[in-house]
Design a protein around this ligand. Structure first.
Ligand code: SF4
Length: 879
């Protein structure tokens, strides 16, 4: 049996591999054997098609030497002509720590620029900035066990049920813990909270400033601890009093009922063991660092930090966002929790023997792509991330990449970004890579390779090291493997540390290869002189890594807000339960796509009615930066004035393209984290004139006219493309040539056609050598294409005379009713669950589990099961 780690979210669940069977690792402290729907489907991602196998140079297959020589030669020319700041790296929280370490060392140590940033900038850099400002170092004080030990868990801007499902299950298993969810959306997480505060988007600072004032007024602060261990208390409290003088003022600023605000404040004040969990709803904001500061202030003022069941807790989105923070993968960090101070620069320069080390921070993500757009950047290397889809103003990012003289992209699968690359480097994927990752609770786990990389795919660290060697720095970039890199990383963390930096892996710096291979999950700090007294929890002793050893309470005040014209909505973007990032892996797994097959724009029913928009109808959404046509979903879980769009879809999966095209690039001025949840958009109804369903084996997005919405989902044996048109059906695919292209047919293939123009029914099947290659069904809006159901099972198969006859004939079956995949682990759809509840008079999720098994594996679907049981969704009152 081999033990490795799930590559998706920051929970960092352990996975065991036996004869290609993947299961949750019962010995791993993060998950004790549990996996969520995404983790449970990891086995389905091992043999996905379309892997990048060979280096591509300007669209032509090449070899590693040619590609790496070309990169090194161009970098050398740029360094000579334009200097180090004309080169940039944009890397990823999907990287292993070893990949991150080598890329950071190459850029900051030897190329000599700070221009390496990571997609973690979009995910949690406001938490990093908040930690550094308050604690003196980017340190998460607590651990997962605290969630089970807390009497009150406050969830702020965090849909844990979908985004950190295994941790959410740990919380659900904790008996008697009160839960307050603070989120403008009534998410699956909020559904199960004791109290849901659906605050006005962006008003978190008011809410927590008001809490600080309340804690002061009701005597809940620990003034002795504050006097000994905290600076800035009086200023922070003054600022809070000016910002949020009363509960009524907070209620006005947050648009909450004063009674609900008071209930939350009283609960917080009278409960000693409080954990505040927060993630993207806090971080992705123009005032994300101040939101974090407002939360930390409340914990510092009550000394609820670093003790069992107490503390602020930032949940990282990506599997190794934390590892990136450790090595210095953000442009404003140097390395190993050292900054761009003269002393740290000198220390790292000596350790790396890097005379030309960068002397100042580099460009953060948004600035990096702006520099590419305006010509300052002459080369960018993008690795394991897809900024052409995921960055704000993604259209502008695409223009920037087209404008940049050299774009290198290393990835495992084709993406919207590889499509814009001059050089594409084939990267090894999860099952093929060896190294370490660090989860949200500072726990380092090994990721172990258990398959050979296909074709010529190689690990990312190797690519960066090879370019470093070709640039003349062979001594610095010759590594026998990831173990050697890890040893160096650990040694740097301990180098001249002397207890000044909490991040210290000195105890791991002498691991030999065998010990590295066998390394079990371990939390840092782990200094050379023995384990820290309690590495699971930090700061309980009141000593912080600041110049005077005290924490800083920082005065924060509410942001003035973003100007939003009267008829616009605030667009929030976020994750779905069964998808990961830009769907390069999860979007190709049938059972994961069945939960949500298309990107739906969530709208509050009142806002929709005011615009004449119906549930399932087409809508055009426009921001200052882009527009798209999508289907709407009316969702009472959304506050009036807000809209929600999943972040996952890209040009590879939908003609509507990525949400990133619509999103503004306003960022937090301290952290540089973009506000991905506050774009002003206009939404209006679009009249749908026809719809269609295309089934085919070829997975490429077909080219359509501008008036067609097409969304791709994998099915067994091929792909289904849901089509909707707002132009005339007569103009769509009515020529033989257009049909051949749509059906992706080879020369000589036959098209079987059936049509009834009076009823707007058109059906086509592409057949070659007796096998069904593709089908196209077109009809009036609302058609459910029941007749397509048998064709799904015949894709790629030889047709019998009978199946050929019935291929395009009608059948009584429903394609749309009940296809929502509620339980992805056991492939149980909503319709089956409703039927079981009705037939068995089921009243609890446990009874559903007994009858169907749904919800008994990862538990990610339990909030949805609860919704099916209790449509009214009334929340229990707080005692
Ligand atoms: Fe993977 Fe799910 Fe665990 Fe996250 S919660 S690490 S996605 S199994």
């Amino acid at each position: 049996m081999l033990r490795t780690t799930c590559p998706y979210c920051g929970v960092g669940c352990g996975v065991t591999v036996t004869d290609a069977m993947l299961q949750g690792d019962e010995t791993h402290p993060a998950n004790s054997g549990r996996l969520c729907s995404k983790g449970a489907a990891l086995g389905d991602t091992l043999d996905l098609p379309d892997r990048l196998m060979k280096p591509l140079l300007y669209g032509q297959e090449s070899d590693w030497d040619t590609a790496l020589d070309a990169i090194a030669a161009t970098f050398r020319d740029i360094l000579t002509e334009h200097g180090p700041d004309a080169i940039g790296f944009y890397v990823s929280g999907q990287f292993l720590t070893e990949d991150y370490y080598v890329a950071n060392k190459l850029m900051k140590g030897f190329i000599g620029s700070g221009n390496i940033d990571t997609n973690s900038r979009l995910c949690m850099s406001s938490s990093v900035a908040g930690h550094v400002r308050a604690f003196g170092e980017d340190v998460v004080p607590g651990c997962y066990d605290d969630i089970g030990k807390a009497d009150l868990v406050v969830q702020v801007g965090s849909n844990m049920a979908w985004c950190h499902p295994v941790l959410y299950q740990r919380l659900m298993a904790a008996r008697g813990t009160k839960i307050v969810a603070i989120d403008p959306r009534r998410t699956a997480t909020a559904e199960t909270a004791d109290l849901h505060l659906a605050l006005r988007p962006g008003s978190d600072v008011s809410l927590f400033n008001g809490l600080l004032v309340h804690l002061a007024e009701c005597g809940a602060m620990d003034h002795g601890w504050i006097a000994r261990h905290v600076c800035g208390f009086a200023d922070a409290l003054d600022a809070a009093r000016r910002d949020a003088p009363s509960i009524e003022a907070v209620a006005g600023a947050t648009d909450l009922r004063a009674a609900d605000v008071r209930r939350f404040y009283d609960l917080f004040a009278r409960t000693e063991r409080v954990v505040t969990l927060y993630s993207q709803g806090v971080n992705q904001s123009v005032c994300g660092t101040d939101k974090v500061g407002a939360i930390l202030n409340c914990h510092l003022a009550t000394a609820r930090i670093g003790r069992p069941g107490m503390g602020p807790f930032s949940l990282t989105g990506q599997p190794n966002a934390m590892g990136g923070r450790e090595v210095g993968g953000l442009a404003n960090q140097l390395a190993a929790h050292m900054d761009f101070t003269a002393a740290d620069i000198d220390r790292v320069r000596r350790f790396w023997n890097a005379p030309d080390i960068a002397a100042r921070p580099g460009r953060k993500a948004v600035e990096l792509f702006e520099a590419a757009a305006d010509g300052q950047l002459k080369a960018i290397w993008i690795a394991a991330t897809n900024p052409a889809a995921s960055m704000p103003r993604a259209g502008r990012v695409r223009e920037a990449l087209q404008n940049c003289p050299l774009v290198i992209v290393s990835d495992a699968w084709p993406t919207d970004t590889t499509a814009l690359a001059d050089i594409v480097l084939p990267a090894a994927s999860w099952a093929e890579k060896d190294g370490t990752v660090t989860n949200s609770e500072r726990r380092i786990s090994r990721q172990r390779a258990f398959r050979a990389a296909p074709g010529e795919a190689r690990p990312d660290w190797w690519m960066f090291a090879e370019v470093g060697r070709r640039l003349g720095w062979a001594e610095a970039f010759t590594y026998a493997g990831p173990a050697a890199i890890f040893r160096e990383h650990a040694a740097l963390s301990a180098f001249e540390n002397g207890g000044r930096r909490v991040f210290d892996l000195g105890g791991l710096a002498a691991l030999d290869d065998r010990q590295y291979d066998a390394l079990g999950p371990v939390q840092w700090p782990c200094p050379a002189d023995g384990p820290a007294s309690d590495s699971a929890r930090l700061f309980a002793d009141g000593r912080f890594p600041t110049s005077d050893g005290r924490a800083r309470m920082v005065p924060v005040t509410s942001a003035t807000g973003i100007e939003r014209p009267g008829d616009t909505l605030v667009l929030n973007t976020g994750r779905l339960r069964d998808q990961w990032h830009t769907m390069t892996r999860t979007g190709r797994v049938v059972r994961l796509m069945a939960h949500e097959e298309a990107p739906l724009l969530g709208l509050n029913p009142g806002d929709a009615a005011a615009r004449g928009i119906e549930d399932g109808g087409l809508v055009r959404i426009e921001s200052r930066h882009g527009e798209a046509v999508l289907r709407a979903r009316l969702d009472p879980a959304l506050r009036s004035g807000t809209a929600f769009l999943p972040m996952h879809w890209t040009d590879q999966f939908s003609s509507a393209g990525p949400a990133g095209r619509l999103v503004h690039a306003l960022s937090d001025p301290i952290s540089g984290q973009p506000d991905l949840k506050g774009t002003a958009v206009r939404v209006r109804s679009v009249v749908e004139r026809w719809c269609g369903l295309l089934l085919r084996q070829d997975d490429g997005m077909p080219r359509f006219a501008a008036d067609v919405l097409a969304t791709k989902a994998p099915i067994v044996g091929g792909f289904a493309f849901a089509l909707s048109g707002w132009g005339a059906l007569e103009d769509f695919a009515r020529t033989e040539r257009a049909l051949h292209a749509l059906l992706a047919l080879p020369v000589g293939a036959e098209i079987i056609a059936y049509s009834d123009p009076k009823k707007s029914v058109f059906r086509y099947a592409g057949v070659a050598s007796g096998r069904l290659l593709s089908c196209l069904f077109l009809g009036a809006p609302g058609s459910n294409f029941a007749e397509a159901e048998p064709a799904r099972g015949w894709l790629g198969k030889e047709l019998t005379a009978e199946s050929r006859l019935s291929l395009l004939a009608g059948r009584e079956a429903s394609l749309r009713g009940g296809r929502n995949m509620v339980c992805a682990c056991f492939a149980i759809e909503e319709g089956a669950i409703r039927e079981a509840i009705r037939a068995g008079r089921l009243t609890s999720t446990a009874e559903i589990g007994d009858v169907l098994g749904a919800g008994t594996n990862c538990g990610s679907c339990i909030p949805e099961l609860k919704k099916l049981l209790a449509p009214s969704g009334r929340l229990a009152e707080v005692a």
